[in-house]
Design a protein around this ligand. Structure first.
Ligand SMILES: [Zn+2]
Length: 284
């Protein structure tokens, strides 16, 4: 059963999906980290989901084209997202795994920023980091006991209902609403939910905890993230991470109200992108 690929599902990605395990040219680096500077707008392109060639390859290639000979290491360091150092004439670049999900212009900006340190690239990188900030914030800490209670939606009863209906009560996860950070510049993509394999935590974007948002779209995102919890990390025969494989998509399509929920996201995507923390969400 083929489901129309909605704009939402194309935009819907997760920083932590699939775990924290990718690493190329591992190496104990020394040297001072170079965090990226301040934010602005992102190029108008939606992020693309996982497709061959692997996202790791794309990111590493983008960097090594501009920094030939550099060794690239993917990290899950929560405070230093981008750094480089040189040792014995070899440049070591450390890049947070969040950039695996970056659309092409952001990957190019990462490489250009590392090579030249130019401000326009730095701004593109920062806008991307800022968009995902709510997923990084507090990622290492335990969630509060009531992190699932939102202003409008409580994720816990929803979780129990979905767990019973689709997963035979087999999914265990920590649940919480994300904390949105102020965002300068225009948002061109939004991550509605994330699954962190290590802490077994689902975080939902606070834009969905707003008055005009019905329960169905929230449940749709929650179900998607619970599928990640259910499937765990999978790899194909070539060792590449499979994030949204065929089995995953088939199960996702079984969600009752899937079409209605996706249509809601399609209809309101612009309004959701425009929303800023502290303001009321206005659906058009
Ligand atoms: Zn996903």
């Amino acid at each position: 059963m083929a489901r129309r690929e909605s704009r939402w599902s194309r935009l819907q990605m997760s920083l932590f999906e699939g775990g924290f395990t990718s690493s190329l040219s591992p190496l104990q680096a020394q040297g001072s980290p170079v965090p990226a500077p301040v934010p602005a707008a992102m190029p108008p392109e939606a992020a693309s989901p996982d497709r061959a060639p692997s996202r790791t390859r794309l990111l590493v290639d983008a960097i090594t084209v501009r920094l030939p000979g550099a060794r690239v290491q993917l990290t899950d360091n929560k405070t230093v997202l981008l750094s480089q150092s040189e040792r014995d004439g070899v440049r070591l670049v450390r890049v947070h795994q969040m950039f695996l999900d970056a659309p092409t212009p952001v990957r190019v900006a990462v490489a250009s920023f590392l090579a030249k340190g130019d401000r326009p690239s730095g701004r593109v990188v920062d806008a991307f980091i800022e968009e995902r900030g709510h997923l990084l914030a507090g990622a290492g800490r335990a969630l509060k006991d009531d992190a699932h209670v939102g202003a409008v939606h409580d994720l816990l009863p929803m979780f129990h209902a979905i767990n019973r209906r689709y997963f035979g009560d087999s999914v265990s996860a920590e649940l919480g609403w994300g904390r949105a950070k102020a965002l300068r510049g225009r948002r061109t993509s939004i991550t509605f939910g994330s699954w962190d394999q290590r802490s077994r935590r689902i975080v939902i974007h606070p834009v969905l905890d707003q008055g005009p948002v019905p329960a169905l779209p929230v449940a749709r995102v929650l179900h998607h993230e619970m599928l990640h919890a259910h499937h765990g990390e999978r790899r194909d025969r070539r060792g590449r991470r499979v994030v949204h494989g065929a089995a995953f998509k088939a199960e996702e399509a079984r969600f009752e109200g899937a079409h209605e929920a996706d249509a809601w996201f399609d209809l309101h995507l612009e309004a959701l992108l425009r929303w800023r923390p502290g303001s009321a969400l206005r659906l058009t």
